[in-house]
Design a protein around this ligand. Structure first.
Ligand code: FE
Ligand code: FE
Ligand code: MG
Length: 168
């Protein structure tokens, strides 16, 4: 990172890099959770749910890409070993061991809510201090909000369908 670039940042760069490194781990874990869930998903609406999970997987990987680029621009190094994903993550990892649609939707909604909290926090601390990171985080946050909404809508459809089914 250039000296002037560092000077215009109104914040502790090392602290910011650390938070971005954590977000990077979240993104890789989210990517894997979605990607494998998309392949394993079983139950009613599995095709619609699988397609959405796969789309989200792709977008989480893109988030990892965006976060990585910013870490490098700031002069940091992204976590280089998958073992670090578990130790640095904010949101953890829910293995898709139970591939039932409802379970996978609930697990991933939980993950999205945590991602929203993480990026909202990053947005707050970079506001008026680091416009470049702010812009990147804002783009990611917009997609995480969309992810939560997409999954909630699918869960709602699932519940409506099951209610109709029970009524006969
Ligand atoms: Fe993401
Ligand atoms: Fe997401
Ligand atoms: Mg979507």
């Amino acid at each position: 990172m250039g000296s002037r670039a560092r000077e215009i940042l109104g914040m502790d760069v090392d602290k910011l890099i650390e938070l971005l490194r954590r977000a990077y781990c979240d993104e890789w874990l989210a990517y894997h959770q979605y990607w494998l869930g998309a392949k394993l998903v079983k139950g009613p609406m599995k095709d619609a749910v699988g397609a959405e999970l796969l789309q989200h997987a792709t977008e989480e990987l893109l988030h990892a890409d965006m976060v990585t680029l910013r870490i490098i621009q700031l002069g940091g190094t992204p976590p280089t070993k998958p073992s670090e994903w578990y130790t640095l993550t904010n949101c953890g990892y829910d293995a898709p061991d139970d591939p039932f649609v409802k379970t996978l939707l609930e697990q991933n909604i939980k993950g999205e809510r945590c991602a929203i909290n993480t990026y909202k926090e990053l947005l707050d601390i970079t506001k008026d201090k680091d416009p470049i990171t702010y812009n990147t985080v804002l783009q990611i946050l917009q997609q995480e909000l969309e992810h939560e909404e997409d999954l909630q809508a699918l869960l709602e459809d699932y519940e409506l369908m099951m209610a109709a089914f029970r009524q006969g």
